[in-house]
Design a protein around this ligand. Structure first.
Ligand code: B12
Ligand code: SF4
Length: 618
């Protein structure tokens, strides 16, 4: 049997007229298809498999490539992987194959199918929908088709039997992930690619209101053994020497402390040398894990923060709080591991106030370790999520369509934004407001942006040195070359290269950089505007001093784990504790005590600390 697996265009690319170099289009590749590919081959039944990744090409090109593949490879089965963003392109593929190659079996799977299988099986009679994990299900289907047997005893599928949609009993999750062969990296790691993808576990115990993961992972985490994972890492770096970074795409990589440590220890024990990047949650995180991650070669951790407002975080049900985020970032900041924290604007509970809370909280985090932002997301609606349920029950209108319902997912419409409480225009305005206040790229665009961002300038400088941020580094070198800075140069270089904070040096550079940015802003201003700016600037400097002192006070008391001295009554070690049971399920939801985090902390002690801090920062 011959099987062609594919992933069709996503919305953003689908309408383009120009062809893309699809082989080089993305630094990430679909591990789901790579697993299906290698699993089918590993069965030793002589199945021939070809996989195409056509995610980032226009629909017309995607269809041409698949047509060509079908004509040359002559598959018996075409398998299409769907996320909601690629559903429209996938519909075109299904329609083309059904029309031009009616003898070919079509099977679809992936996140969107795992939720909308009934609808899709009804809309496209003749196709088979695979619900959830696909390796074993697909293998059973191909076997039935090879032997010309009925498929209705295969669990985890939906199809139309000519009269109605049949949904078979759900398939067990694969408990022991070590039984799976390594995903077929070789189809994606060509032409000197430097980043390989890897999954060390599957699933997440949470159910955030915007996330669809429940449909495939059923809130259960399953982990591979450390040996099995590191075998795969060694396989990748030995066979693909251009790979410099292994990107762990787990949904909840650090969720189990012991196994994260085992993985790091195995990497260290075997002397594996590569850079690791992972997605992570802000809870649980402990010092031991972070230090081991550093030793194992982790260079970048990407957190889903989504919002800095306690009320939005709480409604989101991610199980994280401001405290856990501070705690986690503080630990990572000591290691030099780069951190990123994604944000989404417009989740339930969002308001003008929560936008301000997010800005203040993100800046507070940036003061611990600079978080670099290019852009901020706007909440989108995916079937299977709580946002979709709310949007449908509140009859959210989609322009040109009417109130959102399940039928919407069969249309060619884009993934809609969550406009239940606020219009997209309002959400974009808020997104811009946050972006202007936290994204370095926009710091010198408007005087207001600079004034909002100037309080994290010291952190920006450290970040720019460490990550060689062009523009800033060039400017700093110019500053260093000024005769007045010669005595400062060794100190500055030391802070840059060793990461050792030197307040005197940082302050010097900060002042010079501020002058440079102000000058460039001044150049665009009339005299009156300049006057107003100076007034605003002076007010802001005073405001910043208070804000920074408050942040530092909060952080000092919450240093959590590193210094518990005098912080007993406020200390909360919840965010270090395990959050899942041995079977991968959640121990308990966000602790009720987290509600107390919504109150401002330590207000009464602020004033004294402000005074101390002001002395230090001068
Ligand atoms: C890694 C990742 C990325 C990477 C790489 C994407 C890629 N090309 O694979 C990057 C960072 C680029 C990315 C981007 C985006 N992503 Co993403 N991503 C993931 C993540 C974390 C892991 C994907 C993965 O490897 N899963 C593990 C494999 C084993 O599972 P799988 O792919 O689902 O495949 C299994 C089954 O579904 C099934 N199956 C899948 N396909 C098929 C096909 C057939 C024929 C069969 C039989 C079975 C089958 O069998 C597979 C093996 O068991 C998932 C979350 C998740 N856990 O899936 C989100 C996820 C897929 N991403 C999501 C989103 C929204 C996006 C973006 C749209 C974000 C954005 N707004 O820009 C973009 C889309 C861009 C794009 N090009 O795809 C959503 C999709 C929601 C939805 N309903 O569609 C997810 C589910 C995140 C979430 N929790 O909500 N993503
Ligand atoms: S923590 Fe991440 S993977 Fe888990 S439910 Fe929330 S968004 Fe989804």
């Amino acid at each position: 049997m011959k099987v062609l697996l594919t992933y069709a265009s996503i919305d953003a690319f689908s309408q383009s007229d120009t062809d893309w170099d699809y082989e080089g289009a993305d630094s990430h590749y679909p591990l789901g298809l790579a697993y299906l590919h290698s699993y089918l081959e590993s069965l030793g039944r002589g199945y021939e498999v070809k996989t195409e990744f056509l995610n980032n090409v226009p629909t017309h090109q995607c269809l041409e490539v698949i047509k060509k593949d079908i004509d040359e490879f002559k598959p018996d089965v075409v398998g299409v992987s769907l996320i909601t963003h690629s559903r429209v392109g996938s519909y075109r593929v299904i329609e083309m194959v059904q029309r031009d190659y009616p003898h070919i079996k079509i099977v679809i799977g992936g996140m969107h199918v795992s939720v909308m299988y009934r609808q899709l099986a009804g809309a496209y009679p003749g196709i088979v929908c695979v619900v959830g994990e696909g390796e074993i299900t697909l293998a059973e289907l191909v076997e039935r088709w090879e032997k010309d047997l009925p498929i209705d005893d295969v669990t985890g599928i939906a199809f139309h039997n000519g009269e109605k949609v049949v949904v078979t009993p759900s398939r067990e999750l694969i408990q022991d992930l070590d039984i799976l062969p390594f995903p077929k990296h070789e189809i994606f790691l060509w032409r000197g690619r430097q980043v390989a993808g890897l999954l060390t576990s599957r699933g997440c115990p949470y159910k955030c209101n915007f996330c669809v993961l429940d449909a495939t992972s059923r809130r259960k985490v399953r982990c591979r053994s450390a040996k099995n994972i590191v075998d795969e890492v060694e396989y990748i770096i030995t066979n693909y020497p251009t790979v410099e970074t292994v990107w762990l795409h787990d949904d909840a990589f650090m969720i189990l402390k012991d196994r994260t440590m085992e993985f790091c220890q195995e990497v260290i024990r075997r002397g594996v040398k590569t850079n690791f990047i992972c997605s992570a949650r802000f809870r649980p995180i402990s010092r031991e894990v972070v230090m081991l991650m550093k030793q194992a070669g982790f260079v970048h951790v990407l957190f889903g923060l989504e919002s800095g407002a306690p009320n939005v975080l709480k409604q989101m049900r991610k199980g994280i709080t401001q405290k856990s985020a501070r705690h986690g970032l503080k630990l990572f900041s000591e290691t030099g591991i780069k951190a990123t924290a994604f944000l989404i604007v417009g989740l339930p509970g969002e308001s003008a106030e929560t936008i301000d809370e997010t800005i203040e909280f993100v800046q507070e985090l940036q003061d611990i370790q600079y978080l670099y932002y290019d852009d901020i997301g706007v909440a989108g609606i995916y079937p299977g999520t709580e946002l979709n349920t709310i949007a449908q029950s509140r009859k959210m209108e989609i322009e040109g369509y009417g109130p959102i319902d399940d039928d919407y997912w069969l249309t060619d419409g884009d993934v809609p934004f969550y406009e239940v409480d606020h219009t997209y225009e309002q959400l974009s305005e808020w997104k811009t407001k946050i972006r202007d206040a936290v994204a370095l790229r926009f710091i010198a665009d408007r005087p207001e942006n600079f004034l909002m961002q100037r309080k994290v300038m010291a952190s920006i400088i450290e970040y720019a040195w460490r990550w060689n941020l062009s523009g800033f580094v060039e400017r700093m070198i110019l500053i260093l070359n000024q005769p007045s800075s010669s005595s400062m140069a060794p100190l500055i270089l030391r802070s840059g290269f060793i990461g050792e904070k030197n307040h005197k040096a940082l302050n010097y550079i900060r002042t010079e950089l501020e002058k440079w940015i102000i000058k460039s802003l001044f150049d665009k201003m009339e005299t009156e505007e300049r006057k107003a700016f100076i007034e605003q600037y002076n007010k802001q400097v005073d405001e910043d001093r208070k804000t920074i002192a408050r942040w530092h006070e909060t952080q000092r008391v919450e240093r959590s784990g590193m210094s518990k001295v005098d912080a007993k009554e406020n200390y909360c070690n919840d965010y270090e504790k395990a959050v899942i049971n041995k079977d991968g399920t959640l121990i308990n939801p966000v602790p009720d005590s987290d509600v107390s985090y919504m109150r401002p902390l330590f207000t009464d002690r602020r004033e004294t600390k402000n005074a101390n801090h002001d002395k230090e920062s001068k």
